[in-house]
Design a protein around this ligand. Structure first.
Ligand code: NAI
Length: 336
């Protein structure tokens, strides 16, 4: 029996993400939590004739903790797209003040109710919200680094699409699975086009075109924020990306060799994490490809860092510098 909980289920990401989860035959129970509108979303989804049951959980007042606890009870996997999205001109870091406490509150609920669940963080700034969740779980003595995932999958989705758009006659987006490492905002996002089957296409681009492609992946979210013109950021592509990571985590429960990139805590209990940490300026959190298994993250594929191009090494240096500040901001938010 698999139970999945979505916190922020009535939002722009939460609704399409819940729809995709509702269709997954591996999920038996889908619990939706939000502070607004969630009974309607739940009633709507509950009419779909898929395998899972649907429940909705809305707090009756600000102090009401039972709705969250009910949604999380016996949950195996919790996905968090709760919080506010960007408006034009905002960076992800501008969201910190509001989203940090929302995420901390939800992490506290997880610590108290379902500490063994896989936890996937979508709420921005991911570079800081993931450390907030880790610190909150640590404070409660229930932190398992193998089960905490910062969702950076949308960067991979964009990287695959954007290179294919440059070679429409020779390729499809589904031909690619670009590793995107680092973090999830602007220059902390480092797409590794020099590896695998994308290299042959990268080599056909001028230096200027390569720069533009990488910049487009790093700042692709801005295209959506501008096009939505004040009505939020990526929701549909994000729901697809968040679902893809959740689907892989569930698949890895009974299938070997499932690999995904995720922003993780480089804790020494994870195979390859200490080696990775040394190669990324001793950062505690970083996005890298990881091998998934029954118990979550089984192995960090740090070897990839030895294979990257000189240009990617330079991008990595910039990413490491910015990430250390983002991570520290999240950690000290909880410690204070
Ligand atoms: P939205 O405003 O449409 O939805 C957010 C939902 O969270 C709302 O329904 C709201 O009521 C709910 N919420 C607020 N406080 C809550 C709480 N304490 N508990 C439960 N639910 C709560 O926003 P949208 O577009 O769905 O974005 C959500 C977050 O995802 C934002 O922080 C955004 O920046 C982030 N995001 C992350 C991406 C990534 O690649 N990781 C990509 C795109 C967005």
């Amino acid at each position: 029996m698999v139970k999945v909980t979505v916190c922020g289920a009535a939002g722009g990401i939460g609704q399409p993400l819940s729809l995709l989860l509702k269709l997954n035959p591996k999920i038996d129970e889908l619990a939706l939590f939000d502070v607004v509108n969630v009974p309607g979303v739940g009633a709507d989804l509950s009419h779909i004739c898929s395998n899972s049951t649907t429940s909705s959980h809305l707090p009756s007042a600000k102090e009401d903790k039972t709705a969250l606890a009910d949604s999380l009870k016996n949950s195996d996997l919790v996905i968090i797209p709760a919080g506010v999205p960007r408006k034009p001109g905002m960076t992800r870091d501008d969201l910190f003040n509001i989203n940090a406490s929302i995420v901390q509150g939800l992490a506290q609920g997880i610590a108290e109710t379902c500490p063994d669940a896989f936890v996937l963080i979508i709420s921005n700034p991911v570079n800081s919200t993931v450390p907030i969740v880790a610190e909150t779980l640590k404070k409660n003595n229930v932190f398992n680094p193998k089960k905490l995932f910062g969702v950076t999958t949308l960067d991979i989705v964009r990287a695959n699409t954007f290179i294919s758009q440059l070679f429409p006659k020779e390729s499809k987006p589904t031909d690619f699975n670009i590793n995107v490492i680092g973090g999830h905002s602007g220059e902390t996002i480092v797409p590794l086009y020099s590896l695998g089957n994308s290299k042959q296409y990268l080599d056909k681009l001028s230096e200027e075109q390569q720069k533009e492609l990488i910049h487009r992946v790093q700042f692709g979210g801005d295209e959506v924020v501008q096009a939505k013109n004040g009505a939020g950021s990526a929701t549909l592509s994000m729901a697809y990306a968040g679902y893809k990571l959740a689907e892989s985590i569930l698949k890895a429960l009974d299938t070997p060799n499932v690999v995904e990139c995720t922003f993780l805590n480089l804790d020494s209990s994870i195979k390859g994490a200490s080696e990775a940490k040394k190669l990324v300026g001793n950062l505690d959190f970083f996005s890298l490809p990881v091998k998934l298994g029954k118990s979550g993250i089984e192995e960090v594929q740090y070897e990839i860092l030895d294979k990257i191009s000189d240009n990617e090494k330079k991008l990595l240096e910039v990413a490491v510098d910015q990430l250390s500040k983002n991570i520290e901001k999240g950690v000290s938010f909880v410690k204070k």
